[in-house]
Design a protein around this ligand. Sequence first.
Ligand code: TRP
Length: 473
Amino acid sequence: MSEPKVWAKKSTFIFAAAGSAIGLGNLWKFPYMVGENGGGAFVLVYLLCVLLIGIPLMMSESIVGKYSHGNAIDAISQTAKRSNASQHWRGIAIFSMVTIFIILSFYSVIAGWAFDYTYAFATGEIGTGVDEVGKYFGELLGDSKRLIIWHSVFMLLTAVIIARGAQEGIEKALGVMMPVLFVLLFIVVAYSAFATGKFGDTLTYMFNPDFSKITPVVVIKAMGQAFFSLSLGMCVIMTYAAYMRKDVSITESSLYVSGLDTVMALLAGLAIFPIVFANGLDSGSGPGLLFVTLSTAFSQLGTIGVILGVAFFFLVIIAALSSSISMVEPFVKWCEEHNINRIVATFAYCLAVWAFGLITVYSFNDWSVVEFFGTEAKPFLGMGKSPFDALDFLTSSVFLPLGGLLTALYVGWAMNKMISREQLFTLNGALFGLWLFIMRFVAPIMIGIIFVFYALGEETMNTFIAYVTNLFK
Ligand code: TRP
């Protein structure tokens, strides 16, 4: 057997996994999800999900990947064989590959917006003030041709990076870009805090939860967002962990990656909400939030604003690219290890994703209200009104946690405990026991309960809670 291919440096896994985790999920999605789903209530449930399910599950995915050094399907197959477990568990990896295919299809369209904005700031096309910026955004969404052009550019770049197997090069670039993104985000937070005078309001909004806003839909969305942001449930971390060096600690890496990802999401919120409050914008305005708020602030700062605008949206593109490549790698790695040409596999896959992405493109204009998914006021099962809303909801809030649930059951119950014990060599007995307990009971039960409550709907849940509280009166 040939030597497994591993990354040269110890820290590369952290950079690659953090590169995958930190992306549009933090900068674009987290703030508008907070705004749409009850502010602090959402943040609280989100943080609980990261802590109780996210970090332990990241460790589990890493164990399977690092143990086998292969693509996700074969990694599960190998660990299952050694554990005398059913080969059917490989289904998790296949299900994952289908789901990330759909996620990437809309991810790329949104990343395209960042391209458009970088260009618009550089050429001075974005006007000054809230109304102008809002108008610019509206026009962009209405223009399917422009959306398709940028979507194509993004998919092409993703394909080229993956086809060349250039992850290590990307990793080097990320080592520079990620700190820059962090610093820039910090500058924007500082600006938002001092220039708007709304920092106090923002802190209250994000960290002082109104418990009455915690509904089943809010909880399922917060859980889905935690999975989305940490790139979990989809064998992506598993795939990257296959390149992990033997001496790297899984626990430590998982903590670093989750910590960095969470800090980035919170910073994005702290940057955006002061601008929302100062300009009287609607925090629940949805996917346009990042693009309208930050651009409004940048547009009022003259030349400095232009530089900040170009730099910021450029870094959003880089963050998105380091995430998108992680969504292509699982499939391409499988192809490569089954003697299918890497370049052919990459371009075929990316072309299919590109075509599927057209559904998202038209969701913002021609198909923006498709009543099949309910009406604007009362969306069907909280899915939203356009095909994009439905795809996003189904993949992020249902398929990702489902993938996570299956992974937890596999690693907790089906896989031989010795494999995990060996891989989590830095943990002492008690901590290992805690991790195993979370995998076996806490994570599956929590995800299960959230699914059940969500399926039953808010009214049933309230009746149930009232009934139970009555029992104890
Ligand atoms: N986590 C990335 C973000 O926040 C997106 C992402 C990358 C992802 N790989 C994934 C989401 C796998 C779900 C599954 O932008």
